[in-house]
Write a protein that binds this ligand. Structure first.
Ligand SMILES: CC(C)(COP(=O)(O)OP(=O)(O)OC[C@H]1O[C@@H](n2cnc3c(N)ncnc32)[C@H](O)[C@@H]1OP(=O)(O)O)[C@@H](O)C(=O)NCCC(=O)NCCS
Length: 207
């Protein structure tokens, strides 16, 4: 497990991962980690992801408390991206409202992408605006979209046009991807052929 100390005005936060499930089980969740589900349910979800074959959890920890996390796992079974063998989804990133604007998200993401295993994957993130915390941040969806695309851009993720139904459901939603340096050209071509299902139905039909 990698670990870096990240000093903030509120104290030092340790950025760590990939974290084993039992390690997470011994920590508490910050009570404001509520963006996706209640903190106890989110902790269960994080532990569950560590048990998945390609699942990885990175956390920001203050003393014995998880104050932020990033999840990586294979795409959902219902998603078109599961048919690609090299796609890993950055499923979620959340920093507790008590600890935001301390560069924790940016530094945690940078730590994740120092892991050499990331170079074997096409890492995607499906940014859907109904998951965004516009209430606490007081950002409108377009400003929020800019914050997220800039944030993920710091680790080399780029916007990818697609007709994925989850993305086109709202104009603010975005798909972003980062191609690892060891991903073969054929796998990149396959990914590109999957971005628009209608245009490339001939390629998808053989998957
Ligand atoms: C988005 C989120 C992860 C950012 O976490 P964070 O630790 O506060 O982000 P950082 O401190 O690393 O911010 C890096 C840069 O992003 C921009 N940024 C982040 N939050 C911002 C905000 N609320 N308003 C304006 N800019 C913001 C800034 O440029 C910031 O750098 P700066 O503070 O030096 O200006 C956090 O707000 C969060 O958990 N939101 C709820 C969950 C969510 O929306 N996740 C994304 C979808 S999966």
């Amino acid at each position: 497990m990698q670990q870096v100390a990240h000093p903030t005005s509120k104290g030092t936060v340790y950025l760590e991962g990939p974290c084993p499930g039992p390690y997470l089980a011994d920590l508490t969740m910050n009570e404001k980690l509520t963006n996706f589900r209640p903190p106890d349910k989110q902790k269960e979800a994080l532990i569950m992801i560590t048990g998945l074959p390609e699942g990885m959890i990175y956390i920001a920890r203050h003393e014995k408390e998880i104050v932020g996390y990033v999840t990586f796992h294979r795409p959902d079974e219902c998603s078109r991206w599961i048919k690609h063998p090299k796609v890993l989804e950055l499923g979620g990133i959340e920093i507790s409202a008590d600890w935001r604007r301390c560069k924790i998200a940016e530094t945690l993401l940078k730590l994740c992408f120092t892991n050499p295993v990331m170079e074997n994957y096409i890492v995607i993130t499906m940014e859907m605006c109904w998951h965004w915390d516009t209430r606490n941040t007081k950002l409108d969806i377009w400003a929020y979209q800019r914050v997220l695309t800039n944030l993920f851009g710091t680790v080399g993720m780029k916007r990818v046009p697609t007709d994925d139904p989850d993305i086109i459901e709202h104009p603010a939603n975005v798909l972003m991807a980062r191609f690892g340096q060891k991903v073969p050209a054929g796998d990149i071509a396959l990914f590109e052929s999957m971005t628009f299902k209608n245009k490339h139905s001939n390629v998808l039909s053989i998957l």
